[in-house]
Design a protein around this ligand. Structure first.
Ligand code: ATP
Length: 267
């Protein structure tokens, strides 16, 4: 990946099949992201202006970033990744400059997706302070609003923002023509957990005694990230037991699951 101070550009290798569950959500994203890029002539013919912004919200570790990457991959779009927290922590003026620069680069590289993680940090509700000086947050927000409005004249650019705190985002960003689509990315239900375990054991040799459905039933409060961790750790436990091991067995999964549950209970 090429990196310009905080912005990562890469062609993501993640595909829709790498994401377990979320069938309906994937379909909605496909329509919002892939269609305007792949069928831009049809949109123009019908006089439909494509969506410029999608807000993904939901608990951490439940695939918001991964969904954005899969969408970019499916649309064969350049992927620019920004973090609200990083922008916020930069020197005076640098965050705004980086934001503007990213939109500029995305325009040149179109079709592009700008993924804006932790959006609430850089697009927080304005405080209505009495002082005349604008805060870092206010300046970032106003730059973002200007850039989003500027997309009206650019083709093939979509901003995908992610947050765990949708209510902290300034209402101005929710006006028509900005984040027109708001999607909740929920924690995985039973079927999704089963599929996520399938995704993360795809490249693993697992023994016949491993019952992924049972593990899914038994991991009710796990996020996607934790299920991924569970699979990886089970592999490590198998290697710790025998460095020449070739398969991961049920007891390896159980060892990790019990350890994780204990740490959940403690916290
Ligand atoms: P955060 O809010 O902390 O940034 P996020 O919602 O953006 O989290 P991701 O970064 O996309 O979550 O996911 C974290 C990890 O968990 C990824 O490595 C991903 O592979 C895995 N993961 C999460 N959900 C799923 C899922 N539904 N299917 C497969 N893997 C998943």
């Amino acid at each position: 990946p090429s990196i310009t101070r905080g912005v990562t550009t890469e062609v993501p290798k993640v595909s829709w099949e790498d994401i377990g569950g979320l069938k309906e959500l994937k379909k909605k994203l496909q329509q919002a992201v892939e269609w305007p890029i792949k069928h831009s002539a049809a949109f123009a013919r019908m006089g439909i202006s494509p969506i410029r912004g999608v807000l993904l919200h939901g608990p951490p570790g439940c695939s918001k970033t991964t969904l954005a990457k899969a969408a970019a991959n499916a649309a064969q779009a350049s992927f620019f990744s920004l973090s609200g927290a990083e922008l916020y922590s930069m020197y005076v003026g640098e965050g705004e400059a980086l934001l503007r620069n990213t939109f500029q680069r995305a325009r040149l590289a179109a079709p592009s997706i700008i993924f804006f993680d932790e959006a609430d940090v850089a697009a927080a509700k304005r405080g209505g302070t009495s002082s005349n000086s604008t805060t870092v947050g206010e300046r970032l927000l106003s730059t973002l609003l200007t850039e989003m409005d500027g997309l009206e004249h650019s083709k093939g650019i979509l901003v995908l923002a992610a947050t765990n705190r949708p209510h902290a985002i300034d209402a101005a960003l929710m006006r028509p023509g900005r984040f027109d689509l708001v999607l909740y990315v929920p924690p995985p239900d039973l079927e999704a957990r089963y599929e996520i375990l399938g995704v993360h054991t795809r490249k693993m040799k697992i023994s016949n005694d491993v019952d992924l459905r049972r593990i899914a039933e038994d991991s009710e409060l796990f996020t996607g990230a934790e299920l991924e961790g569970l699979c990886r750790e089970a592999g490590i436990v198998a290697l710790r037991e025998n460095i020449s091991a070739t398969v991961v067995c049920n007891h390896h999964f159980q060892t990790v699951k019990e350890a994780l549950k204990t740490s959940f209970n403690k916290s």
